[in-house]
Every structure is written in C-alpha cells, then in structure tokens.
Design a protein around this ligand. Sequence first.
Ligand SMILES: [Zn+2]
Length: 168
Amino acid sequence: MDLWRFALDGGLLEGALALVKLPRLQDELADAKGEIFFRVQGETIGVEHPGGHGKAALRVSVSGELPLICQRCLSPVAIPLRIESRLELADAESALTQEELEDETLDFLPVAAGKAGFRSALELVEDEILLALPTAPRHDDCALPVVEAIQTEHPFAALAALKGRVTD
Ligand SMILES: [Zn+2]
C-alpha cells in the first residue's frame, strides 16, 4: 500500500495475523501455529513537511504471545508481545535534520513518494516484531539441561534428544 496516502487519509488496518505469514520470524519460533493481533493507524500532524508532504505518522500496535525458544532449557516459552510504536514518515529522498536525528522521542520510517514507497502493512508489522524480540528469551524459572549426566550415556543420543526438544 501507499503508506503516505494511508497515513494522510487516517487509514486503519487491524486484525489477526497468523504467525506462518511472517517469514522473517520463522527461525525464532518454536512453532508457527499461533496468531497475533495488529493494528496500523494512520494520522497526520498538521504541519507541512519541507519536502511538500504533510507530516504523516503511523501508529503500530501488536499484541499476543510468541512461542519462542528458551535460551536456557531449549524448550518453547510463550513470550508476551506488546508493541506500541509511533513512526513518523520521512521522505526517503531528503536527509533528516540534525534536530530530528537527536530527538529520541521520534521514530522515523523512510518512505519514498509514489510507487517506490509501496510497502505492505504486514512487512511493517513484521519489522516492529523483529525489533521487539528479546535477545535471550527465557522462562522465569527453569533448570539448565543436565548436560554432564546425559553425556555419560551417549553423546549422540543426548544431541538427538536436545534436537527433538527444539523441534517438538
Ligand atoms: Zn526454559
């Protein structure tokens, strides 16, 4: 969709999104059976942008739970997802001012005008989810796998057991 048009028109897109529809997220997931809820709302700020566009922004909300892989015990862990971002559209052709770059309350989304700026809402939602992923998801309370005990049995059996747990 044309994100400039969508934002300036105050467009609204919301719904449930199956995790299988987010290709860049698949490597992080323990399974892709679930879904999350998203909402993309366009809004204008009412000041003319120097590039000729009105100031336009998108509010992106995502909620739900992601089945990630616990980095301690390697079994699935449901991580709650709560994203509330406000992205101000910036003309991809013109550089941001120093003032804009230093303002940490603003997040900019560079978008070219016209066809070049077409982007799907799902890509946008996926970007926000990838940014929000914890670097090391973990259960609040879980034990480390007892590697030494398993290794005395059979190293390859232990490896197979671990792999089985990841893909289960
Ligand atoms: Zn764990």
